[in-house]
Every structure is written in structure tokens, then in C-alpha cells.
Ligand binder design. Sequence first.
Ligand code: FAD
Length: 423
Amino acid sequence: MNEAPKHNGTGAKKVAVIGAGIVGVSTAVWLQRSGCEVILIDRLGPGEGTSYGNGGILASCSIVPVTVPGLLGKVPAMLLDRKSPLFLRWSYLPKLLPFLRHYLSHCKASETTRIASALNDIVGDSLEQHQALAEGTGAEKWLVPSDYLFIYGNRSNFEADSFGWGLRKANGFSWQELEGDEFKAYDPVFAEDLTFAARLSGHGRIADPGRYVKDLATSVTSNGGRYIKADVSDFRKENGTVSGVVTDQGVIDCDSAVVTAGVWSGPLAKKLGMKVPLESERGYHVELVEPNIMPRSPVMLASGKFVVTPMDGRLRVAGLVEFGGLDAPPSRRPIELLLENISKAIPNLTWKETREWMGHRPAVSDSIPVIGEAPGLKSVFMGFGHHHIGLTGGPKTGRILAGLISGDRPNSDLSAYAPARFA
Ligand SMILES: Cc1cc2nc3c(=O)[nH]c(=O)nc-3n(C[C@H](O)[C@H](O)[C@H](O)COP(=O)(O)OP(=O)(O)OC[C@H]3O[C@@H](n4cnc5c(N)ncnc54)[C@H](O)[C@@H]3O)c2cc1C
């Protein structure tokens, strides 16, 4: 699998990277650094997919999957509660059921523990990974080291989340508990009824995720890589190895290809004989332009499952989960809920303009991203399925993939992420 870079006419292995979100551009940057010739392909443009609108948090501690023990019992009430962060487009339920069956089968302590450990290896050192990725690319300016706070009404609300905090502790995270006046002294902008926060240092935020990804992509083209706007539909195969990718702009020759197409990776995986249970966990953001208040650090409002992140000239309020597939238009209620919740959390907040967005988290049923060589065709690799933590885990994923392709295989055990589990 780990052959050294091929020496063709230009002396470098030619790699087609399909999808220019955070995972694809990270892969492209590291491939280029390891001496490969890179062709970055996207049907929309770099940073125009899910990587455009996320919460911008380098959330290393976000290793607890959605599928925690006890979730199943809570779902019916959540779906009926207009203030709950979980939404379902009911017409989509029949299509969703096969995925849900797999997904919910992981709501066991043993599974959650396994998933958290696998995620920790991808996101645990995110800030350092982003710093190494962005260095010298021009994208460094968007990267801001910061704390990350989880805010609760009170200590007992925090203690009710003890399963997740126990997993974080077991994976090496520690935090400072800020209560009452201590929390107020840290950041006085939050509502009186929010009296408790867990503060984790060593995290970070991206001040404009879309522009960050675009700047990383520009650094690839400035250093001799190519960007092609095209829709990839298949692979050209010769003697069991990939020799090109088939696009609406013609076939693009390559010695190796990487599928980093986020939630849209399923059809390409299918061309390789894989059946990946991959769904969209639709999420929303509202941007409050020129706000009168900026919180000191990015925060997660634990009860509403949304984050608030200071960004360049605006505050981004992002989160919620809606199952409804890739094609349905955005729903109104999640946007209303985010606006209601942010006004409650920061009561004196005012702003000049509101922008709205809906995007698709790439959710694999076992909550572990698919990273490694594809089982169906030699020299095709995959890096997708990062759920809620793709911005956080994209750089490490890209570095691992570049290592696998260029022959510099990382020492760590990658079996948890193996694409072959869906062969
Ligand atoms: C509301 C919300 C908040 C979030 N907050 C955070 C956060 O704070 N921190 C965090 O770490 N993560 C967060 N996430 C998750 C994160 O945004 C995603 O996990 C991540 O962006 C996925 O990156 P990606 O590169 O895999 O996919 P994408 O960014 O979607 O990129 C895939 C690219 O592939 C292209 N493509 C698809 N199919 C083809 C094809 N056939 N041919 C050519 N091109 C193709 C698309 O155009 C797209 O540009 C959030 C997500 C949402 C929705």
C-alpha cells in the first residue's frame, strides 16, 4: 500500500483530490509538502460545502458522539418539543430508517468509549495541527488560539452530563469549573440564569472558516498545484489501479486519487464497491453582523446544543441537528430557535444584519470518520465522515492521508478508521 512517490515525467506522483473542503485542502497541502503533484477538484469551489458555515471551533474535546447511552429513550420527547435541538423532516423518515438502525445501535457505553478514543486521536491536538497546516500558507491569519467553554444553567445541569465529561477525562482532558461570580469575572456578557461553565484551554477558533479553506487552496495553486472546477462521477481503472478520475470536464489523469467529498462521498464510494451508511446531519447557523457584544471565547450552550463563536466582524451562532436528507430546502424553525436562544443567552445583544445558512454534516453511522485506502481499487484513498468535528479533525486527517499516499505511513493504529469496514 505504501509505495514511494512514483517518478513520472515531472518526477512526482500525481494525486487527484476530490472535494476541496477542510479535509481535501488539508490533504492537498500535506501532499504537496511531501513532494506530490496535486490536482484539487471541486464542483462548487474550495470551502463552499459544509466547511463554509460551521461553528469555526477547533473543538478538541468534542470526542463524545451524539449516540450516547440513553439517547434512544429521549428522542421521541425531543422530536415533539419545539425548543429541542433535534429536528426531523417526517417525510424523510422512511429513507432514514436503515441508517438510523445502524446509528442507534451504537448507543452503548462500550461503543461510545471506543468512538471517543478513535476521535481523540484525530482531534485531540487540533490547534497544533492547524498551526502546522497553515504555517506559511497565508491562512494563518484566520487561526486564533482560545479557550472553549461549555456553559450550563447550574452545576447540577453540568453533573447531568457526567458521562461525557468522564469520557473527556479518560482521554486526557482537564478543565476549570467556573461558578457564579467566577464565571461572571471570566465573561460578564451571559444571562443571569447561566451560572456555571467548564473552561478548557488549548482550543481555538477560525475567524472565517470559508476564507480559511480558500486561502489554504490558494496556497496549493500558488505552489504549483492545479485547481479544476469539475464534478467527479467515477474512476478510470487500469490493471486494478486508478489511472484517472472521470468528471463532467473529461477524464483527469492521476496516479492516485483521494475521496474527500464530505457528505457527498457516498456515490463515489459505491463506485468502489462500498456501501457506507452516510447521512446528512443538517445543521444551521445565523450570523449576527456587527454585534455590540463579542464573547471572550467560543462557547457551547449545553442545553440548546449550539455554539457561539466570535468571527471577523460578526458573531456566528451554529448548531442543531436535523435529519432531512440532502435535497430538502432549509427549515424555518431551527433558524428561529437559534435566534430565540442567542437572545436569551446574551440578553443585551444587538446587531445590524442577520445572515442564515444550512449545511450538511457528513455523518457515518458509527460516528468514526472513514480514513485510509479504499478496498475496491488500488491507490484510491478516502477521508470523509467527520460529523460535527470536521474542521477540528481535517488537518490531522489530511496529514495521515498524505503520509499514506506518499509512503510515509504514520506510526499510529489506523484500523478504527479503515474504509474496509464498509466494503
Ligand atoms: C452547523 C454546523 C456547525 C459545525 N460546527 C463545527 C465546529 O465548530 N467545529 C468543527 O470541527 N466542525 C464543525 N462542523 C462540522 C464540519 O463543518 C464538517 O465536519 C466539515 O466541514 C466537513 O468537511 P469536509 O471537507 O469533509 O466536507 P465539505 O466541506 O462539505 O467539502 C466537501 C467538498 O466536496 C465537494 N464535492 C462533493 N462531491 C463532489 C464531486 N462528486 N465532485 C467534485 N466535488 C465534490 C463539495 O462541493 C464540497 O466543497 C459543523 C457543521 C455544521 C453543519
